[in-house]
Write a protein that binds this ligand. Structure first.
Ligand code: ATP
Ligand code: MG
Length: 161
């Protein structure tokens, strides 16, 4: 099924606006180029976008979140950059593991189950894409998801989150 990815991003951003305003942070959205269609499952792609955005909002106390959508010749790039608490470099390799959460003190403060990124990672892979995090503690985190413009495999059922 063809899905309008930029429309999904805009929808997800609207869902987060209240929370963002409550926290007093700013949310910027840059959508470059034409509305972009990719092959996939709308619900699953929305889950990917929302989970990444939710993390950015949850782990950012001040500053801004920048959501960007851009295109190259053969792929779509979706990125969410925040000015939040960051992720220690030595923890980065583990954030996609089920139930993995950085530091216990942090977990108590912020809630969450540690399942979000495990599911996101799986869904991105099922859509033929890949996901990369860069982060610096106390500075912020940037998550970039890359999807190929062509994708034509059947998508197995995945659990809800
Ligand atoms: P859930 O998403 O299941 O409610 P969660 O947010 O703790 O819980 P994940 O989304 O899988 O779990 O993220 C794993 C860990 O990675 C988080 O506990 C958090 O410490 C860290 N993390 C993820 N995104 C960010 C971010 N944008 N800034 C700082 N830390 C992050
Ligand atoms: Mg999360």
């Amino acid at each position: 099924v063809w899905v309008d990815f930029s429309a999904l991003v805009q929808q997800a951003v609207r869902k987060m606006e209240l929370k963002v305003n409550e926290k007093g942070i700013k949310l910027f959205v840059t959508l470059r180029g034409e509305p972009f269609q990719i092959q996939g499952e709308e619900k699953r792609l929305e889950q990917v976008i929302l989970n990444i955005l939710e993390n950015a909002v949850r782990y950012t106390e001040q500053g801004q979140i920048h959501v960007q959508l851009s295109f190259t010749a053969d792929s779509l790039l979706f990125s969410v950059e925040d000015t939040g608490i960051g992720i220690p470099e030595e923890e980065l390799p583990f954030i996609f593991e089920r139930f993995y959460r950085v530091e216990k003190s942090r977990s108590r403060q912020y809630g969450g189950t540690g399942l979000g990124l495990a599911i996101v990672n799986k869904l991105v892979q099922l859509h033929g894409g890949n996901i990369v995090f860069t982060s610096q503690v106390g500075v912020g985190t940037c998550c970039t998801v890359q999807f190929p413009k062509k994708w034509d495999e059947a998508l197995p059922e995945t659990e809800d989150k």
